[in-house]
Design a protein around this ligand. Structure first.
Ligand code: NAD
Length: 282
């Protein structure tokens, strides 16, 4: 079994970005600027936003974090986004999800200028992924593909099974695996006999948000297992993934740990997207 070290792979990606960004002041007169908007005090969001700011610092990217009250009216939030769209010093805009219930995530995402959409969630960028036209890729699926590439795993001709069909992970990663010439099966809560399907997988990507739901009997020997889950272990209360790591790892050909697998890659890809937005705006 090979442990896929997302921490190390993301660190070298960030190091390369740092070197690239260091050349920008001489060439463009400034560095990229990412603005992260957080609405309310959701504890997980507080941590995620803090980690994004830290990654910016590590790459030499300018970061502004805007914290808004959780009772902010939708109009006021949209006005804020319009102002950031119009601000020439801003290259990337990210509104941390989930938002409080009274705010429409779809409206907020649509309002972000597509050329500053570092998350790749804007309908224009989503369409670009599905139509193979230029677009910004969503960070987590992009990070997963980079992990596979870094490990020399070519999805071409392989059977890839994805558990989860969300707009931010399952659906886009399935499309990316398809574009990399894998034969892809997308599973979800209504899938009948999930273990039978997952046992067919050469590559198994799990993004269900269910602690340790993938057990040893669900994977074939030698399977490449990518665990996207960020869950709480019901027994220990500690962070864990969707895969029962201790049981599955001995059977896997390669596997990502939680933490230290997909998570750091998501942030590194956000940094890369910020640099891409910056360069496209020059
Ligand atoms: P989501 O809740 O939007 O979607 C979950 C999907 O999994 C749904 O399509 C659902 O049909 C499917 N599913 C749920 N239970 C299932 C089951 N028992 N059998 C089969 N399918 C099942 O979640 P999401 O936003 O896609 O996130 C999934 C997980 O990935 C969460 O744990 C989340 O915290 C984590 N996540 C991690 C990162 C990262 O950077 N590491 C990024 C995004 C999400």
């Amino acid at each position: 079994m090979k442990l896929i070290d997302g921490k190390q792979i993301s660190a070298s990606l960030k190091e390369a970005l740092k070197e690239q960004v260091a050349t920008f002041p001489a060439r463009y007169g400034r560095v990229p600027h990412l603005v992260v908007v957080r609405v309310g005090e959701d504890p997980a969001s507080v941590v995620y936003v803090r980690n994004k700011a830290k990654a910016c610092e590590a790459c030499g990217i300018r970061n502004t974090t805007i914290v808004l009250d959780e009772t902010i009216p939708e109009e006021a939030l949209l006005d804020k986004i319009h102002a950031l769209n119009a601000d020439d010093s801003v290259d990337g805009i990210l509104v941390q999800l989930p938002l409080p219930k009274h705010l429409s995530e779809a409206k907020v995402i649509e309002t972000i200028a597509r050329e500053k959409d570092v998350d790749g969630f804007h309908p224009y960028n989503v369409a670009g992924l599905w139509q193979k036209t230029p677009h910004m890729s969503p960070c987590t699926p992009k990070g997963i593909m980079k992990l596979l590439e870094a490990e020399g795993i070519d999805p071409k001709g392989k059977r890839a099974v994805v558990i989860g069909r969300s707009n931010i992970v399952g659906l886009p990663v399935a499309k990316m695996l398809l574009d990399a010439n894998a034969t892809v099966t997308l599973c979800h809560t209504r899938t009948v006999n999930l273990p039978e399907v997952t046992r067919q997988a050469d590559i198994l990507v799990v993004a269900a948000g269910r602690a340790k739901m993938v057990t040893a009997d669900m994977v074939a020997d030698g399977c490449i297992v990518v665990d996207v889950g960020m869950d709480r272990d019901p027994d220990t209360g500690k962070l864990c993934g969707d895969v029962d790591f201790d049981a599955v790892a001995p059977k896997a050909g390669a596997i990502t740990p939680v933490p230290g697998g997909v998570g750091p890659m998501t942030i590194a890809c956000l940094m890369e997207n910020t640099v891409e937005c910056f360069l496209q705006r020059q």
